[in-house]
Design a binder for this molecule. Sequence first.
Ligand SMILES: *[C@@H]1O[C@H](CO)[C@@H](O)[C@H](O)[C@H]1NC(C)=O
Ligand SMILES: *[C@@H]1O[C@H](CO)[C@@H](O)[C@H](O)[C@H]1NC(C)=O
Ligand SMILES: *[C@@H]1O[C@H](CO)[C@@H](O)[C@H](O)[C@H]1NC(C)=O
Ligand SMILES: *[C@@H]1O[C@H](CO)[C@@H](O)[C@H](O)[C@H]1NC(C)=O
Ligand SMILES: *[C@@H]1O[C@H](CO)[C@@H](O)[C@H](O)[C@H]1NC(C)=O
Ligand SMILES: *[C@@H]1O[C@H](CO)[C@@H](O)[C@H](O)[C@H]1NC(C)=O
Ligand SMILES: *[C@@H]1O[C@H](CO)[C@@H](O)[C@H](O)[C@H]1NC(C)=O
Length: 516
Amino acid sequence: MERRIARILYIFIILALINEMSIAVQARDNNKRRSKEKTGGFQNNICDITDRDSKVHCYCENTREPRNATKAECWVFNGGIPRDDLIWQSFASQPNLQTLSFNVRVDGALGYVPTKALQYLQRLKSINIKYGNIVDVSSYAFANLTNLKEVSISQNQIETLQQYAFAYLPNLTVVNLEDNMILEIGKDSFFDVPKLQKLVFTKNNISAISNGAFQYTFNLLELDLNKNNIFHLNRHTFDGLANLRKLDLRRNRIYNLTEFTFAELWNLQELLLGKNELKYLSERAFDGLSQLRKLSLDDNKLASLPSGLFEGVRGLSSVDLRSNELHALTFDNIKPILDNLKPSGSNLQLEENNFVCDCRLQWMHILRNETKSQNTKDSLESVTCKMDPPIVSSAYNKMPDIIINTNQDLLHANSNFEKIAKINVTDKKSDEIKDMVNEINVKKAVKRNVLKIPPEALPCPAETKKTTEIPFIVDPVIPIQNEMKTFRYQEMNAAHNTSFVFGIVLWSVCFVFFFT
Ligand SMILES: *[C@@H]1O[C@H](CO)[C@@H](O)[C@H](O)[C@H]1NC(C)=O
Ligand SMILES: *[C@@H]1O[C@H](CO)[C@@H](O)[C@H](O)[C@H]1NC(C)=O
Ligand SMILES: *[C@@H]1O[C@H](CO)[C@@H](O)[C@H](O)[C@H]1NC(C)=O
Ligand SMILES: *[C@@H]1O[C@H](CO)[C@@H](O)[C@H](O)[C@H]1NC(C)=O
Ligand SMILES: *[C@@H]1O[C@H](CO)[C@@H](O)[C@H](O)[C@H]1NC(C)=O
Ligand SMILES: *[C@@H]1O[C@H](CO)[C@@H](O)[C@H](O)[C@H]1NC(C)=O
Ligand SMILES: *[C@@H]1O[C@H](CO)[C@@H](O)[C@H](O)[C@H]1NC(C)=O
């Protein structure tokens, strides 16, 4: 019995010893590995980092062999890596990398372009850094890499591109800086980049572009400045861009386009200016754009177009003018490009404007009949114009057939009047009453489909003989106090001025309005 106990104890002691020894061996191994990484980051293979505490880990496609990887995807986990940290030297272990990307996993973990790593990668063609907090791109950040073709630093916090940020990169073709906070494009940020074709600044905060900022990017084909803060352009802003094909300036704050702004861009085919605040357009704003095919000016504040605006852009075959405040678009405006708008691939979009129904819109009938473009037809068919009551009444005298259509519009308007009248007026504040009265006044100018009015029926008021002038709009101001009396008086007048049908409707509205 005692013997057996002694044997068991003996086995236990041996097991404990073995365990102890193996732990010691492991610890020694770990120490060795760690000290190797500390002393010679340089010797580290970036594709085979075993240290769990490393700030950067990379996954290399196909191989982990030193000097043999062509594609690496790296994650940056820890912040505060000094620009000359040894980890960047480890990239010397894979000098054949062609594609490299950094995904930054922790906020604030990468605040600069790791030039110290890039300098070893003479074969690199593409670099992509996402979700970092890079605030500025410093001079020669891409280490003059001769093979570099694509740079993408999107979704960072770049505010500044320093002088020579993108310089001496003979093969650079595409630069994507989308979704940063760049404030300005300076003069020499892009220098000696003769192959640059596409430059994307979408979603930044650019308000200033230095004259000559693009003078070294003469092979640029596409410049994207969508969603910025640009409000001023001049004739030197785009100097150097003689080969540009597409310029996207949508969603900025441009309100005034002066003459020759795009004069340098004599190869431009597509100019997008939608969703700005354009109110003033020089007659010669688009001069020089002899190749322009597509122009978008939708969602601006244009009230009229200078009559010769399209004289300098006779190649235009696609024009978007939706959602402006255009009162008229004259035959003079459209004449230089009218023939381009007839083939099936062409496009003219005019909805959501403030057109006044008059003879300046007659050409729309002709174009509708002659164009082969279904888009243009559809757009023209839904273009509306407003008939002011005095104009309506004079048109009535000449055109009995209009009354039938107008009558329907008025019936429709009448139901709106009733809706307004049903609101309990007695406890409304005077503001709200004013709003209601305004709404009724808007309804008074009846909206019609231009193409439903026969062309010869579109009235030519005396004031609109000069075809480019904005017509006078009747817009009576309603005093806030004594609103009921005034309102009644005005509606009586209006009723007298218009036809019998109109009068009856308004009287019934007044009746409902005052006696509920
Ligand atoms: C490198 O990779 C290639 C294939 O991609 C392979 O043929 C070659 O043996 C590798 N060289 C080394 C040193 O691993
Ligand atoms: C890139 O080239 C320029 C001009 O030759 C030189 O001044 C600059 O130091 C170079 N930068 C790097 C990082 O090689
Ligand atoms: C551009 O890249 C090509 C192929 O990657 C290379 O042959 C050429 O030498 C590069 N150009 C320059 C100026 O280095
Ligand atoms: C954009 O820049 C303006 C100054 O030009 C600044 O006032 C504004 O805060 C910036 N907006 C953002 C979102 O950074
Ligand atoms: C538009 O810009 C031009 C040139 O800067 C200026 O002369 C003109 O007064 C501006 N127009 C308006 C309405 O701001
Ligand atoms: C357009 O075509 C319609 C039907 O083909 C025709 O009745 C109308 O007179 C034409 N209008 C113009 C302005 O040519
Ligand atoms: C209108 O408001 C008055 C006073 O606030 C109230 O006595 C009356 O019942 C209301 N009428 C309706 C139809 O809501």
